[in-house]
Write a protein that binds this ligand. Structure first.
Ligand code: SF4
Length: 386
């Protein structure tokens, strides 16, 4: 097992490494090995913060855990999340694994070619495409000096010109399997360049699709069927109980039931401004905004009305907000400032991250401190009545 296996534990080679190591997971759990503590942290961070990155630092350079603990924590985390007996927990866990992985992949792709071989192990885009059987389904658009969409001349997904391309073509089948119209109007097939059974996507959009592929891979086979009170399930009982207690303590009930856009934190104001300019949000941006609006107590209908003049479409808003509003979604708080900073959504203007750990807490503080608050709902109702 090597650092790359630990960094991307859902890759086929990592699974083989675990099998070849012939390590007994029940024995590890019984011995309370470091992998068990890391697995617990992995699940806790996934459910509460939307990331599985260790709080001890970035793997491998800064992490408190070695390669073996990091890699073996993944199968143990999958057992732990299965024992939580909650489908939303599994979905949230898989999404967090995928978002952390795509963040690491972005960093790998940004690593200079020479550094790549010298520093920590990294993957390139061809590796990731091959991992998900997409090597033949995705090709880079040839880089041309003049403008114009890519023609039929095929090219591998990697760079053919010494620089990574910005545009790709992906087979329509994989495109439909890995993307969702609920991500925004631009993802609908009718709004896409389509030629010879291929759909044109930007590099960022391709990474969004790969994130979905990772999420599917992580969620595959979950939950495990484990007899409660027996074997490894019995050994993990107290860890599972701790996680359940933590989740119920952190159940988010909404800070203040008032919609005051002027008092929204800068991250949310920036996202709203982006949609008002007609720009689509990335899936993490869209999730962060929807989670915030639901978190301050807005119903799906209110969010649809609030976002009426933006790039967000009503169907996508309903899909996300109804999930977040129901009993399943409400037990998981929206992303923290730290997670939003990792996505580049937070710019921590005036170092205000000092004030609160998440946008909802920051909003609550601003509402409490405001001399007067105008609720958008009242303005909206008045405008509707005119
Ligand atoms: S510090 Fe938190 S509330 Fe402020 S912009 Fe960043 S994510 Fe938003």
């Amino acid at each position: 097992m090597d650092a790359l296996d630990a960094k991307y534990p859902f890759f086929a080679t990592a699974r083989e490494a675990v099998a070849d190591a012939a390590v007994s997971l029940p024995e590890l759990v019984a011995a309370d090995a470091p992998a068990v503590e890391r697995a617990r942290e992995r699940v806790e961070r996934a459910l509460l913060d939307g990331t599985i990155a260790s709080e001890s630092g970035a793997f491998p350079a800064e992490s408190a855990y070695d390669v073996q603990a990091e890699l073996l924590s993944y199968p143990i985390a999958r057992i732990l999340v299965s024992l939580l007996d909650s489908q939303p927990a599994i979905e949230k866990y898989a999404a967090a694994e995928a978002s952390t992985a795509i963040h690491r992949i972005r960093e790998d792709l940004a690593t200079d070619g020479e550094l790549r071989s010298m520093s920590t192990p990294t993957v390139d885009l061809d590796d990731v495409l091959a991992e998900f059987d997409l090597a033949d389904a995705v090709r880079a658009e040839p880089v041309r000096p003049s403008a114009g969409a890519g023609g039929p001349a095929g090219a591998g997904a990697g760079s053919q010109s010494g620089r990574d391309p910005d545009q790709y073509w992906i087979g329509v089948g994989p495109y439909l399997r890995l993307t969702s119209p609920s991500w925004g109007p631009s993802w609908r097939l009718v709004n896409r360049a389509l030629a010879d059974g291929e759909v044109r996507v930007s590099r960022e959009e391709l990474l969004d699709a790969l994130e979905a592929a990772i999420e599917d891979r992580v969620g595959e086979g979950l939950p495990f069927e484990l007899a409660a009170g027996e074997g490894i399930a019995a050994e993990l009982e107290s860890g599972v109980a701790d996680l359940k207690r933590l989740l119920s303590e952190r159940t988010y009930s909404g800070p203040v039931d008032v919609v005051a856009p002027d008092l929204f934190p800068p991250c949310m104001q920036n996202l709203i401004a982006k949609t008002e300019r007609g720009t689509d949000l990335t899936p993490p941006e869209s999730f962060a905004l929807m989670a915030f609006l639901v978190g301050i107590g807005m119903s799906p209908d209110e969010v649809v009305a609030f976002c009426a003049d933006t790039s967000l479409d009503a169907e996508g808003i309903r899909y996300q907000t109804e999930y977040l509003s129901d009993d399943r979604g409400s037990q998981y708080p929206p992303p923290t400032c730290e997670t939003l900073a990792n996505y580049g959504i937070c710019h921590n203007e005036d170092d205000h991250m000092q004030v609160a750990a998440d946008p909802l807490a920051y909003y609550e503080t601003r509402v409490e401190e405001a001399e007067s608050v105008t609720d958008w709902r009242e303005q909206h109702a008045a405008a509707d009545g005119e």
